[in-house]
Ligand binder design. Sequence first.
Ligand code: PHE
Length: 360
Amino acid sequence: MNGLDDLKAKYLGGIAAAKDEVALEELRLAAVGKKGEVALMMRGLGKMTPEERQVAGPAFNALKNEINSALTAKKAGLADAALNERLQSEWIDVSLAGRPRREGTIHPVSQVTEEVIAIFADLGFAVAEGPQIESDHYNFDALNIAPEHPARQEHDTFYMHRDAGDNRPPHVLRTHTSPVQIRYMEKHGVPCRIICPGRVYRADYDQTHTPMFHQYEGLCIDKNVSMANLKWVLEEFCRAFFGIDDIELRFRASHFPFTEPSAEVDIRCSWDNGQLKLGEGDDWMEILGSGMVHPKVLAAAGVDPEEYQGFAFGMGIDRIAMLKYGIPDLRAFFDSDLRWLKHYGFAALDVPTMHGGISR
Ligand code: PHE
């Protein structure tokens, strides 16, 4: 029975040393396959005497079983090793910072709104919001715009539907963010310092006008707030927002029913070779309307104009986004064109802060 011991040593040794499943399969075929060595030996049983067969038969079977279980055990071991190797080579560090995927991006309007909020938060202004469907009272009357006032036409207002026979003045899509001034002072009183970003609507459409656009209102009311404070706040804002130290603003006398005196504010710029540069040159670009809040507006919001005064301003968010990031056509802002968004949009992790920077 020496042959058996040799076979056993040969195959068990081979199995233990096998490097992969292919080698293991070759060993299996050579040992216990149909034409394998063990099978061939078993064929020899027929030529044996019954006595010999009684001894040899169980010995062959035992060898076959032993080889088979060694194969199974080794196979499982190899699979474990292969898995371990994959786990070693394919690991990922889940604590790594995400890579920005520029599929969808943050819209310039959202980004610039966040920039504005960050700058004004630093100046002590809170954020307030109001409804986009507004009553005629908040959008006009409380802001000292009487029904027959020409400003109602100038605003190209969208009016909401009223049923026939319902003679109340219709609601409107707010034409500016100024109604939030009234709503905020009514609810929270004064003194106050707020900005109110949001959507506004006017029936107008060309390269620099869309029927829906974005504004933010600023409002600062206290006992001794003056036009000088307005000037400082706006200059400080523009310096931070555009990232230009020698920004120059021009306050031009103007008229709004809800401020007295009123001023429109232009920013110094140049248009060399069709390229806009801020803070230099001989051109001026209008960026906002402002003034000292009209006593009637304070009274309409329940604030005593004998005791309190302050300034307000309204700035176009889309307009300053176009200026800052060199975006030529306002209409493209609202086309939802992914190619445009990839070009002008911002990565989700580009969160503007005063310490981290508020510009790209
Ligand atoms: N509401 C004005 C507009 O939409 C802007 C403005 C706001 C002007 C506050 C003065 C004070 O044009």
